[in-house]
Design a protein around this ligand. Structure first.
Ligand code: LCS
Length: 394
């Protein structure tokens, strides 16, 4: 089936990226091969020179990987996409491609812990400096630009505080300063939010989360709006080498088929749970973008089609109370990660964001008492029962 610009999301989830293959399979075959035979020496030479289209070596290009990349580029309204071995491989590919010694980066302060660590401790070794700001505050971002700022990077909603940043406004400001805007869209997926349509230049994902959705793949992707950037990004991907493999690409592509219906259920369950938590006597505060109490509630309604599947909250009694909840909760599993069909609970300060300095954690509002949950697609009554059983012990 050929893709059509006007096709709706659910249809795109099922059909995008799929081409005609030998024997007529309705899903892309898993081309589990490291390399591809040339017809003769001249054919091999022509492929390497780029004079003829074709496959050479899986680190460079593979039909199963390409099918998944094309599907996600289509969903994100991008020109091209590059599959990566993990979300962190996608993050590092973006910065190694876009920056060089002497450049400056502005990064949101509520992003996945290892992204902060990559910028503060690894990219800095190559002479690229990063300023961390609260990107939900436009003025803070505006004041952070320098003549050498090349990239503005943020997650919205941010991990784990769920602070929401204005993609359209921030993109306009960054472009006035000649900087590229990169949005990590992992928490929303293209079903709920399309950063490229709002002005961002590049979108990335940890496909480990909602895109695959079944907690059985680690993968990442970089989606480019400008087709002219594809060559340089593919070159860096090929030479850094953090590429995804055909089998994981197949699994992600399979997961995409149900992305739209999964996101609807994640959002429906999460909103009910967030509202239930907010009125619970043992809960101090809840952060969820579609709660009226969220500081950027109006912006969330404007920018996204749903609040997503992640909620953060603080219990009365802080971390000690949170531990009783995490150790006694039923149905929910105590594990990091998010975006899968199963519900998970974890503690950012000692787990996902433990590698950040305490100073950066506090600046981002990641307090010791904060608990983060990823709401799955189970029946919401059972999820509430699982939480309530443990909260009674608090
Ligand atoms: N971006 C976001 C927003 C993430 O949440 C994660 C992982 C990554 C990038 C990195 O992706 P990965 O390399 O793991 O595929 N977030 C995780 C989390 O919150 N708990 O465990 C992993």
């Amino acid at each position: 089936m050929e893709t059509n610009e006007d096709m709706r999301q659910g249809t795109k989830c099922v059909h995008s990226g799929i081409k005609d293959y030998e024997f007529g399979p309705v899903v892309p075959p898993i081309y589990q091969t490291s390399t591809f035979k040339f017809k003769d020496a001249d054919h091999g030479a022509r492929l390497f020179k780029g004079e003829e289209d074709g496959y050479i070596y899986t680190r460079m290009r593979n039909p199963t990987i390409e099918a998944m990349e094309d599907a996600i580029a289509d969903l994100e309204q991008g020109a091209k996409a590059i599959g990566c071995a993990s979300g962190m491989a996608a993050v590092s590919l973006v910065f190694f491609t876009l920056t060089q010694r002497g450049d400056h980066v502005i990064c949101g302060n509520s992003v996945y812990g290892p992204t902060t660590t990559f910028l503060a401790q690894i990219l800095s070794k190559f002479g690229v400096e990063t300023t961390f700001v609260d990107t939900s505050k436009v003025e803070e971002v505006q004041n952070a630009f320098r003549p050498n700022t090349k990239v503005l990077f943020f997650e919205t909603p941010g991990n784990p505080t769920l602070s929401v940043s204005d993609i359209e406004k921030l993109s306009q400001i960054a472009h006035l300063h000649g900087a590229k805007v990169v949005v990590d869209n992992t928490f929303m997926s293209p079903i709920l939010q399309k950063p490229l349509e709002l002005g961002a230049d590049i979108v990335l994902h940890s496909m480990t989360k909602f895109l695959n959705g079944h907690a059985d793949v680690v993968g990442g992707i970089v989606v480019l709006k400008d087709p002219n950037e594809y060559g340089i990004f593919r070159k860096y991907s090929n030479h850094i080498g953090g590429v995804i493999d055909p089998f994981n690409s197949f699994l992600v592509h399979r997961g995409l088929k149900t992305l739209e219906i999964r996101m609807k259920k994640h959002c429906e369950n999460a909103l009910k749970i967030a509202e239930w938590l907010e009125q619970h006597s043992k809960i101090e505060r809840v952060w969820y973008p579609f709660l009226k109490s969220h500081p950027q509630y109006e912006l969330s309604l404007r920018q996204t089609k749903g609040g997503g599947g992640v909620i953060s909250f603080e219990l009365k009694g802080g971390l000690e109370a949170g531990k009783i909840l995490m150790n006694n909760v039923k149905v929910w599993q105590l594990a990091v990660s998010l975006g899968g069909v199963e519900s998970l609970i974890q503690h950012p300060a000692s787990m996902t964001h433990a590698g950040m300095s305490k100073e950066l954690r506090m600046q981002a509002g990641i307090t010791d008492g904060l608990v983060r949950v990823s709401v799955g697609i189970e029946d919401v009554e059972d999820l509430i029962w699982g939480l309530e059983t443990a909260l009674k012990l608090v």
